[in-house]
Write a protein that binds this ligand. Structure first.
Ligand code: PEP
Ligand code: MG
Length: 575
């Protein structure tokens, strides 16, 4: 019989298919002890499972492209680190050897032990990391039984589950899942961001889903409104078809904008740069007419290998990026390791008590002898092949910019003396993502050739709201009057000093925010190519003069809801 449930729409798109219900899996394992003579074989069986999971994750990593490589890579890296964690592994070996438990039961005991430790942690972020451990343990468990942790035959079905991790979402997408409904979760999670860039319909926060949906039920889900219909009737099917047709029409319309300028109704050209990390991103950015690469996150080069990439390895990566953009400017950001971006080289500190406030970004680059120097040499050498800019992450004050500027000048001098054909100018810019940098900008704007506002971090630091903590829900929001005021000040100061400024955080790629960013005076955005056409369309539906005139009302708003109402009043005209 027809019934409907409501959740939160987290990734637009309508899907019709049979439900595959996955109930929350506690590890259902019987206590089993083994004979003394079986112990070593059991330890070996466990280690074979670890090796199999390592290979499986490595292969998944290799298969990821574009936005996926970025979003999911971080999680896979984290899971790979967990898999290599000597405490986790030794604990299980000990349980098999001393307790004579089967590997499965030892795994279960170790999981419960860790869950206890994590549950007692004060830090909500760390508490939530038990999910990552569960993911890894689930894979190990599957490998012990030589079956895949992946859901088999999910192609053409809609997954209904309690939660979905980004790495798993990527896999599901590759397997052909039509859509996902989760009982928990938030539209701000990394899974939701990922689902949006994959165009995979996702409804989150539908708490009744697991009780009311049965395996094999036919579902229609609308990732826009959050509606989930079980056993849809003729009207539901018609509504689904209408949404699908509308989405197709929209895609066709967007594709017509591939060669159009990003020009407002009153004739102002907004510069759209690309956030690009892979060859596919670069090719797409080029094809869509991006002004250049506005953000290339070099940490991914470091996160994938166990050794520090040397100057030549880095140089080749940067050079290929520059060549791929055929004369359009490429902005290479120096290393931003640390916090949620751990590496495998041991460069970034582990176990920092407060990693988001720790030794990350430029702090790490300046603290480790030779790191910045090698990286700047590689970037500047690439400037011989096309225009390159250097962007510095996590700047908090003048001293850091002074140090990087001096290092850049030294590198340029050295490379010239060595006979390298490098560019005359390599502009240097600062990321504005630490509130202190925004507030103290007058002190160091003279040292910057350009600025890029990292709203992902700026929002988290202004609001003291962890960007990775789903439990914070709406607390992590760019629509806070304090954030808007800070943005406005940075844009104003940059204009006064005639320095170009872009926004390169996620909000730059969300067309919902386009009128707001234009109203605040932004004229440059850097965003993932996946949403470039949508943002271009929004720009083409905006009257910049009108938005600038409406900025005072926006800045007077005292609360989020008022800002949301402003956004509703200034939504772009259909373009
Ligand atoms: C940001 O903080 O907005 C940003 C673009 O950098 P990242 O997401 O890499 O921290
Ligand atoms: Mg950042």
């Amino acid at each position: 019989m027809r019934q409907d449930l409501s959740g939160t729409g987290a990734a637009r798109g309508s899907a019709l298919g049979r439900a595959r219900v996955r109930l929350p899996h506690a590890l259902e394992v019987e206590e089993r002890q083994i004979a003394a003579g079986e112990v070593e074989a059991e330890v070996a069986r466990f280690h074979a499972a670890v090796a199999a999971v390592r290979t499986e994750m490595h292969q998944l990593r290799e298969r990821l492209h574009g936005a996926l490589a970025h979003e999911v890579g971080e999680f896979l890296d984290l899971h790979a680190l967990l898999l290599d964690d000597p405490d986790l592994l030794r604990g299980i070996d000990d349980l098999i050897r001393t307790g004579r438990y089967s590997a499965d039961y030892a795994l279960r005991l170790q999981r419960d032990r860790l869950a206890g430790v994590f549950a007692g942690m004060d830090d909500a972020y760390l508490r939530s990391r038990i999910d990552d451990i569960d993911q890894v343990i689930g894979r190990l468990h599957a490998a012990l039984h030589q079956r895949s942790a992946d859901l088999q035959g999910i192609a053409g079905e809609i997954l209904v589950t309690d939660a979905v991790a980004p790495a798993e979402l990527a896999q599901l997408h590759a397997q052909g899942v039509l859509g996902v409904v989760t009982a928990g979760g938030s539209a701000l999670s990394h899974s939701a961001i990922l689902a949006r860039s994959l165009h995979l319909p996702l409804v989150v926060g539908a708490p009744q889903a697991l009780q009311r949906i049965n395996d094999g039920d036919v579902l229609v889900i609308d990732g826009g409104s959050g509606l989930v219909v079980v056993e849809p009737d003729a009207d539901d099917l018609r509504a689904h078809r209408a949404r699908v047709n509308e989405a197709k029409r929209e895609r066709r319309q967007l594709n017509r904008l591939r060669r159009e300028p990003s020009r407002t109704l009153d004739g102002f050209d907004v510069r759209l740069w690309a956030n690009a990390e892979s060859r596919q991103d670069v090719a797409e950015a080029h094809a869509l007419g991006a002004a250049g690469v506005g953000l290339y996150r070099t940490e991914f080069l470091f996160m994938h290998s166990r050794e520090l990439p040397d100057e030549d390895t880095q140089f080749r990566a940067y050079r290929d990026l520059v060549l791929g953009m055929t004369g359009r400017t490429v902005t290479v950001r120096t290393l931003d390791l640390g916090a949620d971006k751990a590496d495998q080289t041991g460069l970034a500190l582990r176990d920092e008590p407060n990693p988001a406030l720790g030794l990350r970004g430029v702090r790490l680059s300046l603290a480790r002898a030779g790191l910045l120097h090698t990286q700047l040499r590689a970037i500047v050498r690439a400037s011989g092949y096309g225009p390159v800019r250097v962007l510095v992450p996590m700047v908090s004050g003048v001293e850091e910019m002074r140090a990087v500027r001096a290092a850049l000048a030294q590198v340029q001098q050295e490379l010239r003396a060595e006979g390298h054909a490098i560019a005359e100018q390599v502009p240097l810019g600062a990321m504005i993502e630490v509130p202190a940098a925004a507030l103290a900008l007058p002190a160091f704007i003279g040292l910057c050739d350009f600025l890029s506002i990292g709203t992902n971090d700026l929002v988290q630091y202004v609001l003291a709201a962890d960007r990775t903590n789903e439990a914070l829900g709406e607390l992590y929001s760019p629509l806070h009057p304090a954030v808007l005021r800070l943005l406005r000040e940075v844009v104003r100061l940059a204009a006064r000093h005639a320095k170009p400024v872009a926004v390169c955080g996620e909000i730059g790629g969300d067309p919902l925010f386009t009128p707001l960013l234009l109203a605040l005076g932004l004229t440059e955005l850097s965003l993932h190519p996946a949403t470039l056409l949508e943002v271009r369309r929004a720009i083409r539906g905006c009257d910049r003069g009108r938005l600038l005139a409406a900025a005072p009302a926006l800045l007077r708003a005292r609360e989020r809801r008022a800002i949301e109402r402003w956004l509703a009043r200034h939504a772009p005209a259909a373009a």
